[in-house]
Design a protein around this ligand. Structure first.
Ligand code: ADP
Ligand code: MG
Length: 273
């Protein structure tokens, strides 16, 4: 194997990692059931390229399932999802059925990165190996290129000195920042966050939200499920409120937080604000 480069502690220019471009997400008439339970019901949502959308809603309202369908980790039963006009996986309407080949599904999946509540780092791999694994395996990058990009991303999330640590040696906040760097390493057009701070001790939430704020400013399309209302107010271009598998309300943070149009949104906010 190639020698591992020395740890760099200075932050290289962020521009060395090309910014993602595109990333418009169209969710059109999507329904999804698990057995008899309808989890998404005719969900339509348009997420402009470079925008930040925060999804709110009670537990069980379908938020995670919505993110998972965008990443094609779940198949939709009806409707379709497209990224920059390119179909994600599978489309089923009343009288049409269209399905991508598995290889095309995998090729397109790298357009969408996902960060999970529980970090999901590989415990037996170092931070550096966690980040370079997919770019080498999926994108076919040379190890040297993948590693230099990994060091840039680690600097960006403030962890340049942790490249050779193992996940268990890091705090939860640090692990989640590694998970974000790992997601960015595939240069996704869209990044999905599913309650990225819910598993963290309160004092570690801020460092992860700060990294996401920096991403928001950089122009990557972000779709974030979170209960951090203050954060949502600060970074979101739009708030989506879901309940029982449906989108109840969409608006700017000012609209949704200050003057919710639906009683259900108001009732939810009264509990979390
Ligand atoms: P949220 O993220 O808003 O809490 P989820 O999308 O995780 O909601 O779940 C919505 C509903 O779908 C819940 O009732 C959940 O139990 C159910 N559900 C989610 N995934 C599955 C699955 N793979 N099989 C069966 N039921 C599921
Ligand atoms: Mg969830």
């Amino acid at each position: 194997t190639a020698p591992t480069p020395a740890v760099r502690s200075e932050a290289p220019a962020l521009r060395a990692v090309p910014p993602s471009t595109g990333g418009e997400v169209s969710v059109h008439g999507v329904s999804k059931s698990f057995g008899a339970l309808q989890v998404l019901e005719d969900v339509t949502l348009s997420v402009p390229s470079g925008s930040v959308t925060v999804v709110l809603g009670p537990s069980g309202s379908g938020k995670s399932t919505l993110l998972r369908t965008i990443n094609h980790l779940e198949r939709v039963d009806a409707g379709f999802i497209a990224i920059d006009g390119e179909l994600v996986g599978y489309r089923k309407d009343a009288d049409t059925l269209y399905e991508l080949r598995e290889s095309d599904i995998l090729a397109r999946r790298v357009d969408v990165g996902m960060v999970f509540q529980n970090f999901n780092l590989f415990p037996h791999l170092t931070v550096l190996e966690n980040i370079v694994e997919a770019p080498i395996a999926v994108r076919g990058q040379h190890r040297a290129d993948a590693e230099s990009q990994a060091f840039e991303l680690l600097a960006r999330v403030g962890l340049a000195d942790k490249a050779h640590a193992y996940p268990r040696q890091l705090s939860g906040g640090q692990q989640q920042r590694v998970a974000i760097a790992r997601a960015l390493a595939l240069r996704p057009k869209v990044l999905l966050f599913d309650e990225p701070t819910s598993a963290l001790d309160p004092e570690l939430v801020g460092e992860v939200l700060d990294v996401i704020k920096e991403l928001a400013r950089s122009g990557t399309t972000l779709l974030i499920v979170t209960h951090e209302i203050g954060f949502a107010r600060e970074v979101a271009d739009r708030i989506v409120f879901m309940e029982q598998g449906r989108i109840v309300e969409v608006g700017t943070p000012e609209q949704v937080f200050n003057a919710p149009r639906h009683a259900r949104t108001a009732a939810f906010l009264a509990k979390v604000l």
